[in-house]
Design a protein around this ligand. Structure first.
Ligand SMILES: [Zn+2]
Length: 378
């Protein structure tokens, strides 16, 4: 059966959903939050609803209400008390403590607006920060229409550290570098959140970039350079991936065309989206703007934004190479940091070091390429 795979990478868990509270005015009633925890049996759904409730309402809670949520949510949510849930609650506590709830209200208000606009899409993501829009396909579950397709995930927002610049230790840095450059036997693992890997869409692809609609802080030159690096970095898988500006497109560029554009038309709330059937790769100007605001508020270097663009482009182009499910190795460009409360893998069974702006590689890792080659052989 042919599905129409759409792979979205979202900045935050902005899942679209038909959660009944959508039409109610935002507000903080801890009893509602507790109710979600106690009456939703499925843990993935419980995590999703809980995150959604928190993103929508926690900025309206008093300090005491946040404290009540914080101390009770492990009991109320059980296995759905995910890292993301925890992160949202902690961030809220922190904001309240600083006596600056409005800043947070502003942040979540804009997310709400985006999410509201997508309520007809039914969301799902599991519990990841990444997000999404589609029904998470369980391993053996056929993907049914009208869900756009594959589980989308939620790519968690690049973990923006509070306080100082990210400053991973030398040891953590070198472990990450090793994980990027060397793929150990049997190390490849996915979340099984998508169909089986397939051959790439075409062994010769041309990504046609249209800069129109891009945020003004991203120049055409830099976006083009980023795309070229991402596209060519997948060539070792066996195909050829060229990039051309739409204004320079002509017959000399042969191969399957994939349109790369900036648009929030679909309001999916994802930072990037690979629509395999339509052959489009979309970046979200809104989400990048949001990310820029967050980075600016944290005094993070402007280059981080381009690194996120690089990672997003590499991730989405990876879907066009035939890789459908997301990787369980934290460092892989195709990774999701967590799904359904479970955490991604770091070599040596350690936890993913927290003080990276982004642990995930900006370009495909040795394991991403090896997995891609395996999917494309014969
Ligand atoms: Zn993806």
């Amino acid at each position: 059966m042919n599905v129409a795979p759409i792979f979205g990478l979202s900045l935050a868990l902005l899942c679209a959903t038909a959660f009944p509270q959508d039409d109610k005015p935002a507000g903080c009633l801890v009893a509602h939050f507790k109710g979600i925890g106690l009456r939703t049996n499925d843990d993935t759904q419980r995590a999703r609803l809980a995150e959604e409730w928190l993103r929508r309402n926690i900025s309206y809670c008093t300090k005491e209400q946040v404290a009540a949520i914080k101390s009770n949510s492990p009991d109320w949510l059980g296995t759905a008390h995910t890292h993301d849930v925890n992160m949202i609650i902690d961030a809220s506590s922190e904001a309240k403590a600083k006596g600056n709830p409005t800043q947070m209200a502003g942040l979540y208000a804009s997310l709400d607006k985006e999410r509201k606009s997508t309520t007809e899409n039914i969301g799902t993501p599991s519990a990841e920060g990444l997000s999404t829009l589609t029904k998470p396909a369980m391993p053996n579950e056929p993907i049914k229409e009208p869900y756009p397709a594959i589980p989308t995930p939620i790519i968690r927002p690049p973990s923006v550290p509070t306080g100082n610049l990210p400053n991973p230790t030398t040891k953590a840095n070198s472990l990450r570098q090793d994980e990027i450059s060397i793929c150990l036997p049997n190390e490849i693992a996915t979340w099984s959140d998508g169909p089986k890997d397939t051959k790439m869409l075409s062994t010769k692809m041309v990504f046609v970039y249209d800069h129109q609609g891009a945020p003004d802080f991203i120049s055409e030159d830099s976006a083009f350079a980023v795309l070229q690096a991402s596209a060519s970095s997948w060539d070792p898988c066996g195909g050829s991936n060229a990039v051309v500006l739409s204004s320079k497109m002509d017959n000399a560029f042969t191969g399957l065309k994939v349109a790369v554009l900036w648009s929030d038309k679909d309001k999916l709330g994802t930072i990037g989206l690979a629509n395999i059937s339509n052959k489009t790769l979309t970046f979200s100007p809104e989400v990048f703007q949001k990310l820029k605001d967050i980075n600016t508020a944290k005094n993070l270097p402007a280059k981080y934004l381009l690194e996120t663009l690089q990672m997003t482009a590499s991730h989405e182009i990876g879907h066009f190479q035939g890789l459908s499910a997301h990787s369980k190795r934290c460092v892989d460009v195709l990774s999701y940091y967590s799904v359904g409360g479970a955490k991604c893998n770091v070599r040596g069974n350690g936890a993913m070091a927290a003080n990276f702006y982004e642990y995930r590689s900006s370009l495909p890792t040795a394991c991403d390429i090896e997995r891609c080659r395996a999917a494309n052989k014969n």
